[in-house]
Design a protein around this ligand. Structure first.
Ligand SMILES: [Zn+2]
Length: 204
C-alpha cells in the first residue's frame, strides 16, 4: 500500500498486527476512527491504555480481574471445594454463560507445549497445587482442549494431583476448549460439565 501519510501508515501497521486483521481491514478501521469526534477516539485509546496498565490477575484463580480477588472467588455463593481448571479467561466466560456451574476456577494461562517451549513452570500449576495443599478441595475438573497439548497438560496435572485424595474429573471430549469454547452452545457445554467423569475411567 502507498500511504499519503506516515502517521496513517503507522496506525494501519499497528492495527494490522492484531490477530485476524489484514491490511485492508486495518485501513478501514483507522479511517473510521479518523472520522470520529475527538472524545470518541480519546475514550477508545484510554480504554486500551487503562486495560494494560490497571488490569490484574486474581491472586487465587489467576483469572483477569479488576481487583486482587475476582468476583467469583470473592462470592460466598460459590463452592470453593470444586475447582474447574481452564486454559484462559475465555473458557471462564463461556462456562459462566451456562449459568450451571457454581464452583470456582483456576486459570492456567496456557497449555504445556514442548514444541512451543511452554513448560509447567510457565503456567499457573504450582499455584493450583498450593490451593489443593491448603485443603478444602473435594474435586478438580480438568476442562482443557482435546488437543495433544490439552492431553499432555491433563496427564501432567493428574500425576501431580492424584496423591492429594481429591476427585479428578474431565469433561466429555469433543468439546473444543481453549479459545474455541466460546463458540460452543451453552446447553452442550453445561451438560458436559454436569456429566463429567472421573479421569481414571478415561485412561483405563
Ligand atoms: Zn479468582
Amino acid at each position: 500500500m502507498n500511504f499519503s501519510s506516515k502517521l496513517l501508515e503507522q496506525a494501519v501497521a499497528e492495527f494490522g498486527r492484531l490477530p485476524g486483521i489484514g491490511q485492508k481491514t486495518a485501513l478501514r478501521l483507522v479511517l473510521h476512527l479518523l472520522k470520529q469526534p475527538d472524545t470518541e477516539v480519546s475514550r477508545f485509546t484510554e480504554a486500551l491504555d487503562r486495560l494494560k496498565r490497571e488490569i490484574r490477575h486474581c491472586t487465587t484463580c489467576y483469572n483477569i480481574s479488576d481487583a486482587a480477588t475476582c468476583e467469583i472467588c470473592g462470592s460466598p455463593k460459590r463452592d470453593k471445594g470444586l475447582i474447574c481448571v481452564v486454559e484462559d479467561t475465555r473458557d471462564v466466560m463461556a462456562i459462566e454463560n451456562t449459568n450451571q456451574y457454581h464452583g470456582v476456577y483456576h486459570v492456567l494461562g496456557g497449555l504445556i507445549s514442548p514444541m512451543d517451549g511452554v513448560g509447567p513452570s510457565d503456567l499457573q500449576i504450582d499455584s493450583l497445587i498450593r490451593r489443593v495443599e491448603e485443603g478444602g478441595v473435594q474435586e478438580i475438573i480438568l476442562a482443557l482442549s482435546a488437543t495433544m497439548e490439552g492431553d499432555t497438560t491433563i496427564f501432567y496435572l493428574y500425576k501431580k494431583l492424584k496423591g492429594f485424595g481429591v476427585q479428578i474429573s474431565t469433561i466429555a471430549r469433543g468439546i473444543a476448549f481453549g479459545g474455541e469454547l466460546e463458540y460452543v452452545d451453552e446447553v452442550t457445554l453445561g451438560r458436559s460439565i454436569a456429566t463429567r467423569v472421573p479421569y481414571e475411567r478415561n485412561i483405563a
